[in-house]
Design a protein around this ligand. Structure first.
Ligand code: 5MM
Length: 341
């Protein structure tokens, strides 16, 4: 492992004013997204949609540091035969790859999940590196509910995340470590804080046990936020203050950056929260975005599967990428959304 090179890539992924596009929807998830805009989820449609995003010149060159791809996409070519990975590189962004293989029921823990995909991961990473991937992603899913999460679910997922991260670094690939505490449910922001604190502390303990170099990884956490169905949901300032406090309690300063997931927040909420955190400032890590839905909901709606809407789709994507870029520097204002509408 060459840690200096891993650190260089990690720093570039969270470079000031830039963030990550999570375009790694698995086949089931992209089908759900396409169903919502009445587009059939064929290989060509998935390619055309993602090609539209990667050819959004302003967004990709100014605001996006890297793109997380799904296995199908990393091998795909654009309509003119250019590999999609090349389009990303030509824009000056870094290609990355989702390497987990989804979740399965965790034995002995009703309602809880374990992320799988460690078998043969070392071999797969080698091939992804040859194909151009310089970072990877693995997502653990932790649900909050009656009596959950269990200690077993938190520990086994932390162990798998650390095992993945160690294998990535051995393959000269920067691991994005994503332990997602879901915002489904009616729990309070304090309950989310408590669970996320437990999850992050266990995750960093496992990263230490498995000798993962913190300088060569990126953390992709959820924010401390009320459940979607909670009454009296916490406001923007409360989310920002509690998330910053949570990170300070749990994330070592050696980690180069924190790139949040959006987790089902609205586009503008996700931007406002990131902005408010960066306005607090004085943090040891760069705080940016690694959004899927909060970057893609608008372009998906604008595109709707029609060639004639390519420009509109690219404009919608560029706008969200721009707003989040400003938020990653604490320079976003709600007015900027209205002006664009
Ligand atoms: C883009 O969605 C990713 C893949 O999800 P599936 O494996 O379930 O298809 C997802 O891991 C995503 O990268 C993160 O959850 C962040 O996306 P959001 O939409 O939460 O910002």
């Amino acid at each position: 492992m060459n840690l200096a090179d891993l650190n260089k890539v990690a720093q570039a992924m969270v470079a000031p004013g830039k963030g990550i596009l999570a375009a790694d929807e698995s086949s089931g998830t992209i089908k759900k997204r396409f169903d919502a805009i009445s587009v059939e989820s064929t290989e060509d449609n998935r390619r055309d949609y993602r090609e539209m995003l990667f050819r959004s010149k302003d967004a990709m060159t100014k605001y996006i540091s890297g793109v997380i791809l799904y296995d199908e996409t990393i091998w795909q070519k654009a309509k003119d035969g250019t590999p999609l990975v090349k389009l990303i590189e030509q824009a000056g962004a870094i290609p990355g790859i989702k390497v987990d293989e989804g979740t399965q029921a965790l034995p002995g823990c009703p309602g809880e999940l374990i992320t799988v995909g460690l078998d043969k991961l070392a071999e797969r990473l080698k091939k992804y590196y040859e194909q151009g991937a310089r970072f990877a992603k693995w997502r653990a899913v932790i649900d909050i509910g009656q009596g959950i999460p269990s200690y077993t679910a938190v520990r086994t997922n932390a162990h798998a995340l650390a095992r993945y991260a160690a294998l990535c670094q051995a393959a000269q690939i920067v691991p994005i470590v994503e332990p997602e505490v879901l915002m489904d449910g009616d729990h309070s922001i304090d309950r989310c804080y408590e669970v996320t604190e437990f999850v992050l502390k266990e995750t960093f303990q496992e990263l230490y046990y498995q000798k993962v170099a913190l300088e060569g990884m990126i953390l992709k956490p959820n924010m401390a936020i009320s459940g979607k169905k909670a009454k009296d949901r916490a406001n923007v300032q409360q989310v920002a203050e509690k998330t910053v406090k949570l990170l300070k309690e749990c994330v070592p300063a050696a980690v180069p950056g924190v790139a949040f997931l959006s987790g089902g927040q609205s586009d503008e909420e996700a931007t406002a929260h990131l902005d408010a955190m960066n306005k607090i400032g004085g943090l040891p890590w760069n705080l940016t975005f690694s959004y899927g839905r909060a970057l893609q909901a608008a372009p998906q709606k604008a595109w709707a599967g029609k060639v004639g809407n390519l420009n509109a789709g690219q404009q919608a994507f560029t706008h969200r990428a721009h707003m989040n870029s400003l938020a990653s520097k604490g320079e976003w204002k709600a007015d900027l959304e209205k002006k664009a509408a």
